[in-house]
Design a protein around this ligand. Structure first.
Ligand code: ZN
Length: 97
């Protein structure tokens, strides 16, 4: 199901976990968890607005992470990381559906 309120550029940065929705960022901390995808998207919009002008890298330079199977939680430097949360859930045997 597509939500017209979610910008297409956000699609690959919004992650659903058993804790809720996260928005992936290139900063120290991902955003979330949020109870809905819409709220995660709005938080991401605010985040991008705040970091515009601070982060000189182009916003189209790719995904912040390449995938959970390659994510190294033990050496992750983020303080709030959606992919670490997912890895934790997987270790606990929880199902994020
Ligand atoms: Zn991480």
């Amino acid at each position: 199901m597509r939500d017209p309120k979610i910008p297409s550029s956000h699609t690959n940065r919004l992650v659903h976990t058993a804790f809720g929705w996260y928005a992936l960022t290139r900063e120290q901390s991902d955003l979330g968890p949020f109870p809905s995808k819409q709220e995660a998207s709005e938080a991401l919009s605010r985040h991008i607005h705040v970091y515009k002008g601070v982060n000189t890298r182009n916003d189209s330079d790719g995904k912040p992470h390449s995938g959970i199977s390659l994510h190294d939680s033990a050496h992750c430097h983020k303080t709030n990381c959606a992919l670490c949360a997912e890895a934790y859930i997987l270790r606990q045997g929880m199902v994020a559906s």
